[in-house]
Design a protein around this ligand. Sequence first.
Ligand SMILES: NC(=O)C1=CN([C@@H]2O[C@H](COP(=O)(O)OP(=O)(O)OC[C@H]3O[C@@H](n4cnc5c(N)ncnc54)[C@H](OP(=O)(O)O)[C@@H]3O)[C@@H](O)[C@H]2O)C=CC1
Ligand SMILES: O=C1O[C@H](COP(=O)(O)O)[C@@H](O)[C@H](O)[C@H]1O
Length: 510
Amino acid sequence: MEPITFVLFGATGDLAKRKIYPALFNLFIDKKLPQAFNLIGLGRKELSDATFRDNVGKSIRDFSRRQAKDPALVDEFLQAFRYSVLDIGRKEDYRKLLLLIEQREEELKLPPNRMFYLSVGPEFFETIAENIQDSGLGSAQGWKRLVIEKPFGHDLQSARQLNRKLSEAFTEDEIFRIDHYLGKPMVQRLESLQQTNPVIQALWNNRHIANVQITAGETVGVEERAGYYDHVGAVRDMFQNHMLQLLMMTAVQLPHKSGSDKVRFKKKMVMEALEPLQKQDVAASVIRAQYTAGIIQGKPAAGYTSEPGIAPSSMNDTFIAAKLHVDDYFWRGVPFYIRTGKRMKEKATRIVIEFKEPALQAQPSTDERTEPNLLVIEMSPSESITLQLNAKDSRNKGEFKPVQIDLHPNKVELPEAYENLIHDALRGDPTFFAHWDEVELAWAWAQPILDAFEENLVPLRYYEAGTYGPAESDALLAQDGFRWWFDSEPEQQNEIEAEEGKQYAYNANH
Ligand SMILES: NC(=O)C1=CN([C@@H]2O[C@H](COP(=O)(O)OP(=O)(O)OC[C@H]3O[C@@H](n4cnc5c(N)ncnc54)[C@H](OP(=O)(O)O)[C@@H]3O)[C@@H](O)[C@H]2O)C=CC1
Ligand SMILES: O=C1O[C@H](COP(=O)(O)O)[C@@H](O)[C@H](O)[C@H]1O
């Protein structure tokens, strides 16, 4: 891998601490960092290099999935870290930064390959890009890359404006837009699952698939992010980006050995084929809801409008479910049901592909009844890919019984999303980053939903914390003869919670 200077804006922030440093350390342990690696952290706080390194060391100990016990190894890793005070709006700080970077490049004999990672609020992206350009930081002989975190805009217009500004300083090939869902190992497996299995590829269309269900349920509420979340809701926080990316990754048809250009081009085609919504029709296929007080895993949870920092009159959405159609040759007629919400019954991110059932006689006898075949991709909290088929149970009067085939048998510990994505950005591989075309199409498609919510054209429904969302979300599928798979029944949930309780007690005692 080419030598590189990693310039981190927001080096004192939460994302850097919880995700970026641990990911870099894990890459270092796995020998996936460039041999010559140099990181300069930036922030307004006055920190010495030594204090900065201590802080990074602490975040590795707190958040890395790898053993950070060997102090010599951690020290070796931290050798690459320097800190410089920079106020984003102050031009002279960029000139000072340039001098520091040039000095480090000289010391370490590095070519001027610079990766600028913006782990700061989106309101700063334009100013930083402009200052990188004006200060000469981005005009050295090596390559430059810009890594940015979502949100990429607040709506279609602001996203376009942001992109215009960024394009003045960086070309599309130089911009790496992180959507951390694209870094999840199971999402990345979707690509190869299809490409390497002709059987699955042959089934990946409307002849065989009845519907696709994509769920991202969370048990957490708004946490300490009231100011941000109440302004964006589930539709902007999760749906417009992560959920549509999961849809693209599921619906994309990939020939064998597709490179990054092909993958992104095909994803764009999926977005272009997404049947557009009209503002006045949104209510027919989109459910908008907010959580009320309830019980989650045995503990009381406050309603959304009683959360600290949320106005009692807030009409913000904490849950959204939608039915979408990809109107192309492969998917015409197959509904895609998507839902995501806070304070739901369980943390579960999964994709379920429900296959069509064979044409049986109208009233199958008991021993002919089967469950639909399902392909289930679990992304979080556990990771698995399972194919559910029917097999005759010879012990049970020859009735059919669903059997699960495990397509992800090696339960090794997988890298975290940020590890995959930072590694790809260092290598310059854009496959699992959001291209501007996808982002723009996603905003354009979601815009009528944003407008309809804004104008209250979609009634706000309510769901108790600790459930799977409002009844209307179940009805969205029921009207088509389907149901959400794997929503546990209350008895099952009690068992899950008892099991979780045992596990918790075990962990606490070990
Ligand atoms: N935290 C998370 O889990 C996630 C965050 N994100 C995104 O990542 C980005 C960063 O989030 P997060 O780390 O949580 O935010 P924090 O508020 O924790 O950190 C913000 C960082 O920006 C720096 N900063 C703020 N203002 C200035 C300024 N004027 N000049 C220089 N530096 C400044 C702060 O440094 P200092 O105070 O030293 O100036 C700090 O390092 C945001 O875009 C967020 O949406 C995305 C996904 C998840
Ligand atoms: O981007 C975001 O994602 C998290 C959920 O991520 P996950 O990897 O835990 O599924 C969500 O909690 C947060 O609100 C959102 O901004």
